[in-house]
Design a protein around this ligand. Structure first.
Ligand SMILES: Nc1ncnc2c1ncn2[C@@H]1O[C@H](COP(=O)(O)OP(=O)(O)OP(=O)(O)O)[C@@H](O)[C@H]1O
Ligand SMILES: [Mg+2]
Length: 419
């Protein structure tokens, strides 16, 4: 039996333990109350376990768990019969059990199910995964049945689904069992963008930047980039969730302010945050600076504040591996080279040069000589790294002109920027 007051309550569960409750106290108002023992807080912006956090801190954070696709949000609300309620709380009652990070937002009537570690893995054929991808692209809930319990929620403007893979079999997880992979089809209108994402991510890995693992796979007649979730780890035959939040959440910013040009966090603010909260600030400030350099040298124009995250465990915080890296050079015709985060106020990648970077070290909390050497290191390694990434089997088999252009343009671009 559900009680009417249950509509106003979501339990926050982390790996089988209730760490707090989110209560709805008004049409828009929500608050977070932590339980007595909370190993890991929801956010570095809500880290004091004795405090109650109200809407101003909590609402932007919860909103940050939802997709950045207005039509997806509209369709989800329609399906869950909450069309007149645009709060994150109302949607998380349906899709909050599998989100970014370790927290599960669980309705009272489902709590036992989640706490007992109960979960269902529904096996999926390749044609089922293809159907889910088509639904996601059409902004529809991906469920293959008409259940009112949704599946997952993830940020981002691109269509995607989250599934569980074990022993090379795909399944649709629920309850306590998490998704382990994120599957993203190519962005419509951008030829072979899934290949470009896979190549860019692997290039970063080859240059020594900690980056999520990717592969290009086919599901019946749908192709997509399959990203291994770094916020899930396998322990004794089970998957645990690892907590994370993106830089907007960590800075208590609304997700709609993810771009610096929208008044969102700039590189200095992210670097300051890392300095303040990271358990290894020297290394993490360097990693963040490395990512900024990489995005300049590959013209990765969409590296906004939500494309960087922190991993949280107890009271430690570390910069998460990189994800959603995409070079614009496959499509560049000399325009559209504005970066999402400026370097010393300059957004246009072509307007940034070694002199710009020479001034950037102190705001990024890295040594200027180290930064210059890092730029040289990446510039020297990039042409071979990207050629090798493009030659890997799951990409090379498509013989993509877009990928070929990416490899060629990158070598010229790097030379021009640093030569
Ligand atoms: N490998 C990963 N492991 C864990 N979480 C991830 C991983 N990759 C992405 N995420 C989470 O999923 C969210 C959406 O992923 P991603 O940034 O790839 O999507 P997108 O739709 O391309 O984003 P954008 O709107 O920036 O284009 C991220 O903001 C992050 O919270
Ligand atoms: Mg993203």
């Amino acid at each position: 039996m559900t009680k009417p007051e249950d509509d106003y309550l979501l339990h926050v569960v982390m790996n089988g333990r209730v760490i707090g409750d989110v209560q709805r106290t008004g049409k828009k108002a929500v608050r977070l109350l932590y339980s007595t023992t909370v190993p890991t807080p929801l956010s570095v912006s809500m880290a004091d376990r004795r405090k109650r956090y109200r809407s101003n801190a909590l609402e932007p954070w919860l909103d940050g768990l939802l997709p950045d696709r207005p039509e997806t949000l509209r369709q989800w609300r329609r399906r869950f019969k909450i069309a007149d309620d645009n709060s994150a709380f109302a949607l998380l009652r349906h899709v909050g059990e599998d989100v970014a990070g370790a927290a599960q937002f669980v309705r009272p009537d489902r709590l036992d199910n989640v706490l007992t570690g109960h979960g269902v893995l529904a096996p999926l054929a390749a044609s089922d995964v293809a159907e889910m991808l088509r639904r996601a692209k059409a902004d529809l809930p991906v469920n293959l049945d008409d259940s009112t319990i949704g599946k997952f929620s993830l940020a981002g403007a691109q269509a995607k689904i989250a599934l569980h893979r074990a022993d090379d079999c795909w399944s649709d997880p629920s309850g306590a069992v998490p998704s382990t992979h994120i599957i993203k089809p190519a962005i419509p209108g951008r030829d072979d963008q899934d290949l470009v994402e896979a190549v860019t991510m692997r290039t970063a890995t080859a240059l020594g930047l900690p980056t999520a693992r990717v592969a290009v796979e086919e599901f019946a007649d749908e192709r997509a980039v399959v990203v291994t979730r770094y916020d899930r780890v396998r322990r004794n035959e089970r998957y645990l969730r690892v907590h994370q939040e993106d830089m907007c959440q960590a800075l208590a910013e609304w997700p709609g302010r993810r771009y610096e040009t929208q008044g969102g966090p700039n590189a200095a603010r992210v670097a300051d945050l890392i300095r303040r909260v990271s358990s290894d600030p020297d290394v993490d400030n360097q990693r963040f600076a490395q990512a900024l350099v990489f995005n300049w040298l590959t013209c990765g124009t969409d590296a906004h504040a939500r494309n960087y995250s922190l991993l949280l465990s107890g009271d430690t915080a570390r910069l998460a591996p990189l994800y959603d890296l995409n070079s614009h050079l496959a499509y560049a015709d000399g325009t559209g080279t504005e970066l999402s985060m400026s370097v010393e106020g300059a957004f246009r990648a072509t307007a940034i040069n070694l002199r710009t970077w020479a001034r950037a070290g102190s705001a990024l909390h890295v040594d200027a000589d180290w930064l210059r050497a890092e730029i040289e290191r990446q510039a020297a390694g990039l042409p071979a790294a990207i050629a090798e990434a493009a030659a890997s089997g799951d990409v090379a088999r498509y013989d993509s002109p877009t990928v070929a252009r990416l490899v060629d343009t990158t070598a010229q671009w790097v030379k021009k920027r640093t030569g």
